[in-house]
Design a protein around this ligand. Structure first.
Ligand code: NAP
Length: 296
């Protein structure tokens, strides 16, 4: 199976390249540019059986000030991938996001794959439009995930956990949003689940996140508790967080469709994922990890 992975130098893309090993064809900037038509001709010549699209304009705030570029990468680029996959009879796997939800303010129950999307910003709108294009591809799989963290990637935009560790080196208290709830998800775990879905030939939409839910403040607090760093954290509201894009107050994804698949790899709770990440980064666990309930 030849599996082309776009955005291969990004957070999730790099983990997918590792998972698919010799089957992976890694594609990223500058050679593979989602805004360059010639890139898609080269992709067609490679003749992949599966294309996994992790490439994207993922800077949520910047997308508000450069919507044309976000649209060119996240929508027009995906339209070109759909054309290539149709032509080759290849499966297209599109990585999407919890940010296609959020417009129904006051929501407190996890979103299912069938729930009506209502994005709040340009990034979410472009990702939703991409989903609609991909759904028209004869062989397609849409994987929605959220709050990615994991090993640093060559071109990765960084992630919340890495940012917290960097800020902790400073003197100032760290202000962290406490009224935005989603599921922090560990890229090696998400990549493993995606590999399962692809190799099992699954299609349609699947939500793939670690178990449980958290605010950014709770995640930061658990991180610093685990590594025994007594940094001062100040919980703030989204309204105090100066950002260009509106964000969902609640965007926890329901994973029961994935969980019902026979033979699937069960993603652990995000607390356990965080412990795994800390150990993998070579940091020392100073405090007992929170015990999480065994998965049914
Ligand atoms: N990060 C999250 O928390 C999160 C949550 C839910 C869903 N997702 C989705 O998951 C996917 C992977 O996210 P990620 O965090 O791994 O993203 P990432 O680290 O930002 O990686 C995205 C990759 O795409 C590349 N890229 C940007 N513009 C491109 C273009 N014009 N042509 C080709 N490649 C281009 C980036 O290169 P440069 O860095 O050089 O621009 C980078 O290598 C994305 O589709 C994102 O929408 C992410």
């Amino acid at each position: 199976m030849k599996v082309a992975i776009t955005g291969a130098g990004g957070q999730l893309g790099s983990q997918l390249v590792e998972r698919f090993g010799p089957d992976a064809i890694a594609l990223d900037l500058p050679e593979f540019d989602m805004t360059d038509r010639a890139a898609f001709d080269r992709l067609a010549r490679l003749g992949p059986d599966v294309v996994i699209n992790t490439a994207g304009h993922t800077a949520v705030d910047r997308a508000e000030s450069e919507p044309e570029l976000a649209y060119a990468v996240n929508v027009e680029g995906v339209a070109a991938l759909v054309d290539v996959c149709r032509q080759l009879g290849a499966a297209l796997v599109q990585i999407s996001t919890d940010y296609i939800f959020g417009g129904d303010v006051g929501r407190t129950t996890p979103y299912r794959e069938t729930d009506r999307p209502a994005p709040l910003g340009v990034y979410g709108q472009t990702k939703l439009e991409a989903e609609r294009l991909v759904a028209a591809c004869p062989r397609h799989l849409i994987v929605r995930t959220s709050g990615l963290f994991g090993p640093a990637a060559p071109r990765g935009r960084g992630n919340f956990v890495a940012t917290m560790l960097r800020l902790a080196a400073g003197e100032e208290p760290i202000r962290v949003v406490d009224d935005q709830r989603s599921t922090p998800s560990y890229t090696p775990h998400v990549a493993r689940a995606i590999e399962f879905l692809v190799r099992s030939g699954c299609d349609g939409i699947y939500h793939v996140v670690n178990r449980g839910a958290s605010s950014w403040y709770e995640l930061a607090a658990e991180l610093f508790r685990l590594i025994g760093n007594p940094v001062e954290l100040v919980p703030i509201g989204l309204d105090q967080y100066a950002a260009a894009a509106r964000r969902p107050g609640y965007s926890v994804l329901d994973t029961s469709r994935y969980d019902a698949l026979p033979g699937r790899w069960p993603l652990p709770d995000w607390h356990d994922a965080l412990v795994e990440h800390i150990r993998r980064e070579g940091l020392v666990i100073a405090t007992e990890p929170t015990t999480t309930e065994p998965r049914p």
